[in-house]
Design a protein around this ligand. Structure first.
Ligand SMILES: [Cu+2]
Length: 331
């Protein structure tokens, strides 16, 4: 038990830290950005993919600055998915990416988010503005007519068309372990199998996993672990799987939409929290996928070579306190 006077100092310190966040950055939905703002985000995202790596000198497959992020996410896969830290870890990761865009590529905006529920409710996911070839991130992969594995199906429009990637494997080997040079690819996956030409039947792109009916179920959970499990397992996982290609496996930060997707997952958590004191302190679950070690807000999160000190979960509970200072345009 701490003496009352020391407790008072702690409380004051926490209050002072929170008050540093006077003007939180506002993360906007992709559709709310002006054409200039969209172009500026894409410019910076392309830039990060052109800079050389700054980490993992001994890993030859890590070549670009983005690969530093892709490699970390892929290597930590089972430590950061389907465990309690999924939401705070990805909150930290999206923030780091946003910081890198600013500090290394001169980006002056905020990380945008992609509210896929808008596209789900419209039942028109393939025509979402995020896939626009001019103002967005390009569309579905297309058959190239080339015969080399990894280059048979590529994203051929938009600012990331025909990007060569060294981590993960391209089409048709996206689910294989290991790495091979391949073009950036997508394979829209309607979950309905293939047609007579071997192409995916698109259907409604499984909107039932991320439309507003399903999101209402997510928000209705009264506890963090219940909310987090369905958020990760249903809308989060299905967005990865309906875009597929490089968005499918644990090397998915290869896909530039990864960060807009995860910003939206983060927004759902922040919206659920509502800056409510109880929910800002609600963090339970397990540290391991075997569900044997209980999680606590004092746990550190693994980041390999991405930083000197491991972030602590409790500093990533509130988007407007500690090392974070942002909010979302729609909460
Ligand atoms: Cu992830």
């Amino acid at each position: 038990m701490l003496p009352r006077s020391i407790l008072a100092v702690f409380t004051l310190a926490a209050g002072a830290a929170a008050s540093f966040c006077r003007n939180p950055t506002v993360r906007k939905e992709w559709r709310e950005l002006t054409t200039t703002e969209k172009a500026e985000y894409i410019r910076a995202a392309v830039c990060l993919r052109k800079l050389p790596k700054a980490r993992y000198p001994g890993i030859d497959a890590v070549t670009t600055r983005m690969d530093d992020l892709v490699y970390t996410h892929n290597t930590l896969n089972t430590d950061i998915h389907f465990v309690a830290n999924f939401l705070p870890w990805h909150r930290w990761f999206v923030q780091l990416h946003e910081y890198m865009l600013r500090s290394e590529c001169g980006f002056t905006g905020a990380q945008p988010y992609w509210d896929w529920t808008i596209d789900g409710d419209a039942r028109d996911m393939p025509n979402s503005p995020v896939f626009d070839p001019v103002t967005g991130f390009g569309g579905d992969g297309k058959r190239t007519g080339r015969s080399e594995r990894g280059f048979q199906r590529c994203v051929v429009d938009g600012p990331f068309a025909n990007t060569n990637l060294t981590l993960g494997n391209g089409w048709p080997d996206v689910n294989l372990d290991g790495n091979s040079l391949h073009c950036f690819t997508r394979e829209f996956n309607g979950g309905l199998g293939l047609d007579e030409n071997g192409d995916d039947i698109i259907g409604d792109m499984q909107v039932g996993a991320y439309n507003s009916t399903t999101m209402a179920r997510v928000y209705a959970f009264g506890t963090f672990s219940g909310m987090a499990d369905i958020l990760e397992g249903l809308p989060h996982a299905q967005i990865h799987s309906i875009i597929f290609g490089d968005m499918g496996p644990a090397t998915s930060p290869n896909e530039p939409l990864f960060f807009l997707h995860h910003a939206n997952v983060d927004r759902v958590w922040a919206k659920w929290q509502g800056r409510n004191a109880t929910r800002l302190a609600d963090y339970t679950g397990f540290q391991d996928q075997n569900r044997t070690i209980s999680a606590s807000m004092n746990n550190t999160m693994p980041i390999l070579e991405l930083g000197k000190t491991k972030p602590i979960v409790k500093n990533y509970m509130d988007t407007q306190a500690g090392p974070l200072c942002y909010t979302y345009s729609s909460m």
